[in-house]
Ligand binder design. Structure first.
Ligand SMILES: Cc1cc2nc3c(=O)[nH]c(=O)nc-3n(C[C@H](O)[C@H](O)[C@H](O)COP(=O)(O)O)c2cc1C
Length: 191
């Protein structure tokens, strides 16, 4: 797969087959993440692979509870919110979870760490693996940091759910380049 094809086939995959991700592939895609650019080359990331069933269950339930609370607070109707969070909880099933943490003391650490995540995600797509990042706002990470033993000086950029895709969703609509491309001044088009 060439890089453009990989970029175009990469999707947010929430449903995985009951098959284990081979360890060598997991190591290969995480290692690819280490090649990402980071501000000042600080490489502020550390990964925690979570393959313990009990811990994965706790992560899944926390994603469910935390996202449900956020969606309801922002006015999403309960039924719609419950559908969304069920998908989120389901994405932990048959997957290995990788918590991608970052050292908050490093400059531009979160921005750098998302570069690393994107690189892992693309590498996974080229290996035929599916990824879905689970995001948790920093103010709601206390429970996760406690159960994963993450030091106070670190936060979680995302927990990547990685597995063998069972369902690969269709691509979501994208902006066209003409919609968001200007010349010399915001809003100025050339045609
Ligand atoms: C900062 C960030 C946070 C995200 N958080 C979540 C999340 O919590 N749960 C989830 O399923 N997807 C999450 N995503 C994935 C996006 O929803 C997804 O990539 C986007 O809808 C486009 O779909 P595609 O990846 O299939 O093209 C996140 C992506 C980014 C960049």
């Amino acid at each position: 797969m060439d890089i453009y094809e990989t970029i175009h086939v990469r999707r947010n995959v929430h449903r995985f087959k009951a098959e284990q991700v081979p360890q060598d592939k997991l190591r290969k895609i995480l290692d690819a993440g280490l090649q990402a650019s980071s501000a000042f080359n600080h490489q502020p990331w550390e990964f925690i692979v979570v393959d313990d069933e009990d811990l994965i269950g706790r992560l899944a339930q926390y994603k469910y509870d935390n996202t449900l609370q956020g969606l309801l607070a922002s006015g999403t109707p309960r039924e719609e919110a419950e559908n969304i969070v069920s998908l989120q909880r389901g994405a932990f099933k048959n997957s290995v979870s990788v918590a991608v943490t970052y050292n908050k003391g490093k400059l531009l650490a979160l921005e750098s760490t998302w570069n690393c995540i994107t690189t892992i995600w693309l590498a996974a797509a080229s290996e035929g693996l599916g990824v879905s990042p689970a995001y948790f706002p920093p103010h709601s990470q206390g429970y996760l940091k406690e159960i994963l033993g993450i030091p106070e000086t670190y936060d979680i950029a995302a927990i990547l759910r990685i597995g063998i895709p069972e369902v690969i969703p269709d691509a979501k609509p994208r902006k066209s380049l003409d919609e968001c491309l200007y010349y010399n001044r915001f809003g100025r088009k050339r045609f």
